[in-house]
Ligand binder design. Structure first.
Ligand code: ZN
Length: 204
């Protein structure tokens, strides 16, 4: 087999494994779809308390919304649009930046940046949601990851689902991320790309 066939075989096996893991998670959750609460995982109680104190239910905002992932780990509400084809209004702005992500990821990232800042750690955002055309351009400029480059095959990038961000991190921030990011649902999941952080929320 040529290297490309091996790589595509590996990608196929990986996606099957992810699908299996997701199925398993769904089974443990009594066959219910994976549910992700908006915001940082530790904030649920605080959000509920605030809601109770204010005497209102937040219907317009995001804290009362819940989100689901399909069997491929893709946000159910975004899957139909396709990777890199998501309209801007289906994504959420990260704080006051120009960056957009899937709503729970945007909220998690915003919270994480704020918490890091309080500890004197600066986290900058280089990139976030990446439209299909930009994925094509990036692959042309940086080469495919499978061939030693730094770009996903267009149409397969985690950025194309608003599920990954590239961060500007100094060594202090990189260390902070490695210690704390998982609390906000972010994981460092691509070797050779310490700036790339994917949103992999824990299931509720
Ligand atoms: Zn990236």
């Amino acid at each position: 087999m040529g290297i490309e066939r091996v790589n595509s075989r590996i990608a196929d096996i990986q996606s099957r494994m992810i699908a299996l893991q997701t199925q398993q998670a769904a089974k443990t959750a009594q066959a219910q779809p994976t549910t992700v609460q908006g915001g940082g995982s530790g904030d649920d109680f605080a959000a509920k308390l605030q809601e109770a104190m204010s005497g209102t239910t937040n219907t317009a905002g995001t804290s009362a919304r819940s989100f689901t992932l399909n069997s491929k780990g893709i946000p159910t509400e975004l899957a139909a649009y396709g990777n890199g084809k998501i309209p801007a209004n289906a994504l959420e702005q990260v704080g006051s930046t120009r960056h957009k992500l899937w709503a729970p990821a945007a909220q998690g990232l915003n919270q994480m940046i704020a918490d890091a800042k309080r500890e004197g750690v600066t986290i900058g955002i280089t990139d976030s949601y990446r439209p299909y055309e930009e994925q094509v351009d990036l692959a042309r400029r940086k080469g495919l990851y499978s061939q030693g480059g730094l770009a996903a095959k267009p149409g397969t990038s985690e950025h194309g689902w608003g599920m990954a961000t590239d961060l500007d991190l100094d060594s202090k921030a990189q260390a902070w991320m490695r210690k704390n990011a998982d609390k906000y649902g972010f994981v460092e999941n691509v070797p050779r790309e310490p700036w790339h952080w994917a949103y992999k929320p824990k299931t509720a």
